[in-house]
Design a protein around this ligand. Structure first.
Ligand SMILES: Cc1ncc(C[n+]2csc(CCOP(=O)(O)OP(=O)(O)O)c2C)c(N)n1
Ligand SMILES: [Mg+2]
Length: 351
């Protein structure tokens, strides 16, 4: 089955083009846009980890190492499309137009963190694994029924494929030929569970066969491979040709979240040979004459400023209100939760 789904690459680890036919699709604007977004979300991610360590935001799931997958996918979407992310997809959300201050507020436990910017169809990050596949299928089905050309993308991890929702989402999308892109980031682990313990199949792409969904396996650390395959999937969906499953093979460099220690469950040598996607992209830029010191320096400065301003704004908000956790799920709080709320508030008051 692995042979049926060879991993598509456009550039190799040294930044050399291995698919020369794609060269004519690459121009300065695309290269600089991709670099800008990957650098921006990498810097955001570093800042978020640092803020968590300083107690300035809560638990945070880093996406370092997955920038090419997240930017390559989000950049291929159109303005009116729908994005259904997980907790690890802030890079994709920011690239698609999520507000950075609100993204920090989300990890600070504030409701404002779930509000999408005006005109942007970005759902709040799904923490319950795989639920968003059904939401994306439903939203894109609605678009199809309304006769629009808009599509939806659902982000999900390797571990999510073990959930019923994954299969229900794919089956429904297949039966109704919805304009949905199932975008998998196979980062090799679901918390501490490695890919081989999660499934006996050798790839995630092959799971599309059962649903007659065109599927492809790409090197998720290769921006161009992700971006070009996404474009094909987007075009197919817009033209009424139904869903696509994309497996982007990648690697999370750090912990599952700031609450765990990956050295406890990942052998040290694993991942050592993986070239950072941004380093790989920079190599490509230098090899192909796209590198420009001034452009890079300007971007670095601009991003730094943007992030500092967003952190400052986030910290100007009052601390999250504990009662919010209880007050916005049910119209009428069930007894058991009302009791929990009382107990917790008493605890906070030191009684
Ligand atoms: C329904 C459900 N079951 C279990 C969990 C606990 N949980 C949180 S993250 C995670 C692993 C998910 O792994 P994967 O889908 O590979 O995504 P990744 O975290 O690697 O991006 C699990 C099991 C959850 N959030 N929701
Ligand atoms: Mg995973």
């Amino acid at each position: 089955m692995v042979e049926s789904f060879p991993m598509k690459k456009v550039i190799d680890d040294q930044g050399n083009l291995v698919m020369a036919s794609e060269r004519e699709l690459i121009d300065q604007d695309l290269v600089q846009t991709a670099y800008y977004h990957m650098y921006r979300i990498r810097t955001f991610d570093k800042k978020a980890k640092s803020l968590q360590r300083q107690g300035r935001i809560g638990t945070y799931p880093p996406f370092e190492g997955q920038e090419a997958a997240q930017v390559g996918s989000a950049l291929a979407l159109g303005e009116e499309d729908w994005l259904f992310p997980t907790y690890r997809d802030h890079g994709a959300m920011l690239t698609f137009g999520a507000n950075m201050t609100r993204t920090f507020l989300y990890w600070n436990g504030r409701l404002e963190g779930c509000v999408p910017p005006d005109g942007k169809r970005i759902f709040p990050a799904a923490v319950p694994i795989a639920t968003q596949l059904l939401h994306a299928t439903g939203a894109s089905w609605a678009e199809k029924r309304k006769g629009t050309k808009n599509i939806a993308i659902a982000y999900f991890g390797d571990g999510a494929t073990s959930e019923g929702d994954f299969h229900e989402g794919l089956n429904f999308a297949s039966v109704f030929q919805t304009p949905t892109i199932f975008f998998n980031q196979n980062n090799g682990y679901a918390i501490s569970v490695p890919f081989e313990r999660q499934m006996n199949s050798k790839t995630i792409a092959q799971k599309g066969i059962a649903y007659e969904i065109p599927s492809v396996r790409v090197d998720g650390n290769d921006f161009f491979a992700v971006y070009f395959e996404m474009q094909k999937a987007v075009n197919r969906a817009r033209n009424g040709e139904g869903p696509t499953l994309i497996e982007a093979v990648t690697w999370r460099t750090g912990a599952h979240t700031t609450a765990d220690d990956p050295t406890k469950y990942r052998p040290k040598e694993l991942g050592q040979d993986i070239v950072d996607p941004i380093v790989r992209f920079e190599r490509f830029m230098k090899n192909e004459g796209f590198w420009d010191e001034d452009f890079a320096a300007n971007i670095h400065q601009e991003v730094e400023k943007e992030i500092e301003a967003a952190v400052k704004e986030m910290e100007s908000y009052p601390k999250a209100n504990v009662e919010d956790i209880f007050d916005h799920v049910f119209a009428e709080l069930p007894n058991q939760l009302a009791n929990q709320k009382d107990t917790y508030l008493q605890l906070l008051r030191g009684k």
